[in-house]
Design a binder for this molecule. Sequence first.
Ligand SMILES: Nc1nc2c(ncn2[C@@H]2O[C@H](COP(=O)(O)OP(=O)(O)OP(=O)(O)O)[C@@H](O)[C@H]2O)c(=O)[nH]1
Length: 663
Amino acid sequence: MAKFGFEGSDNEDTKLSAVIAPLVLSYNDRIRPLLDAIDKLRHLQVMKEGIELPTIVVVGDQSSGKSSVLESLAGISLPRGQGICTRVPLIMRLQHHSTPNPELHLEYHNKTIPTNETHIAEAINMATNEIAGDGKGISNAPLTLVVKKQGVPDLTMVDLPGITRVPVHGQPENIYEQISSIIMEYIKPKESIILNVLSATVDFPTCESIRMSQQVDKTGERTLAVVTKSDKAPEGLLEKVTADDVNIGLGYVCVRNRIGEESYEEARMEEAALFESHHLLSKIDKSIVGVPVLAQKLVQIQASIIAKCLPDIVKKINEKLHANVSELNKMPQNLSSTAEAMTAFMRILGSAKESLKKILLRGEFDEYPDENEMHCTARMAEMLNEYSKELQQTCEKKDSTDCFLMEEIRVLEEAKGIALPNFLPRTAFLNVLQRKVKQISSIPVEFVIKGWKYIEEVVIFVLMKHSTNYPQLQSSTRRAAQDLIAKMKEISIYRVMEIVEMEKVIDYTCNPEYMTAWGQLMVNQETFMKVMKDHSKPTQLVLEGFGQVEVGHLRQHSAVVEQAFDMKMRMAAYWKVVQQRLVDNLALHLLFSVQNLVNREMEEEIVNELMGPHGGGIERMLEESPSVSVKRDRLNQSIKLLRDSKKVVAEIMDRITANANGD
Ligand SMILES: Nc1nc2c(ncn2[C@@H]2O[C@H](COP(=O)(O)OP(=O)(O)OP(=O)(O)O)[C@@H](O)[C@H]2O)c(=O)[nH]1
């Protein structure tokens, strides 16, 4: 109990265990305003905003005596009996009031139904039937019972349906799962105090309610056990509560509830007499027996948990309020004229265009610092590098599988004509070039397809992000972007195929690198030819640009080998130029296309699409989309709720401060 810092001595508790009304004397005045504030917050349903309130939750196995405990505390009759009685969460607000006439009412479905002590059980049953249906089903929609009565402790508790594993006749098959999920919802928050009602007639470790509370409160620091039916099973009760096999951090209170048609006062007298004179029960310490002790403990626990949770509640209310107000401010204004709609539309297009310029053209990604996919210039550079590497690797792979110079020799043999032998036939060179280009011809096309796919994803993401507040614009905007990019991709593919085709049929460069590279490669020719002619020399040699090659097989082609070597070296020098051109041209083309897309064509295409037969026109922006208006309503409601809640907690905090200052 020290965990919550409770005050009050055992002696005081002992005195209270005598039959007295009111049940709790001293705490009410101090606790009442705090509890009222929490009850007001509960009534405002601040829990809907994810803010948990300190709550005493009553759990227990079916027929363990939960309702009986509550009626003992409230001094009224609740529906009691065999089988399931509590079918909805019953929020019970007990309030001491000074007038002798009790006032009772039920609150549910936004209505208040006054009732009285005689008809309360009946009224609860009717309300339960209205909430959960006439059968045996259960519901998690709560029913509130307010009891204002002289002498009751100021306490708010939630009684939950009793846990049962076996559905009784007429109950749904999954009754256990339904009840467990309601119980879990209430006992999980760390702000909840679990009042675990255990019947003295059962073995505590076998109780389902113990199993459940242990799941959420392992150390038991927020669990208090009430042992009912002490009169029915007095043997061994003292040992059971002393042994504490089930880890109850806040301790045990043994009670004897009202039995049969006893009046409330009679029941209290019977209970006091039982614990006073029963030969076994009288041995239990008086600080842990009787309903008055239970009332006292609950009031203390409630006060300390409220005091502990209140600052956090205030903080959470303020945070949520702030977050919701700024979200509402970010929402679009309601547009009322075409001019306003046009301005909003142009603003969206303008901001999307600026965003795309930044990420696609200028490489500024301050809007998306953590989303690597949106760092477009870097991603496109990576794609280009990969493409360049793939071009190179594909050629090298092919070269390494062929025997050195054999392709050139074959082509030269076929290009032979009646002509002077030392002229390199151009057709042979073009033939080899064609084969090489053919080997890599699909790579540039795949590159542009991949590039456009990426650009499309980025463009659509940015457009959707900037038009989130106008979902009615999004389908035509998306369509326009997709159509435009599809068109541009087609053009790119055509253009790339043309570039590849040019490389295939024409051999030209003005790049001086070609001559330089050829010159460097030809330095090896003399050594190579010596090996060809002098059969005593080793047939392996290292050639600049080719590494170690085997040349023995070429000695039988001495007529063309020199020419083949020359052709290979020309091709090697020229191929570097071709590869470079294929990378440079595609990079220039793609960047140029992206510039056109962002700077000119996108805007035009989107406007045309929106104004076109399927676009719906700019007027569509005037109709607020249902999702936006639902969101606006939700935010407004939530802001109102939080403002009301803030007022409630502000009042109580002012009071606490005033008290602390001794006002
Ligand atoms: N002898 C005796 N009987 C008790 C005591 N407490 C409860 N009962 C009886 O046990 C039965 C079940 O009590 P309820 O209070 O309806 O139990 P419950 O846990 O609210 O039941 P459900 O909500 O339906 O699960 C009733 O017949 C009560 O009269 C007690 O201290 N002594």
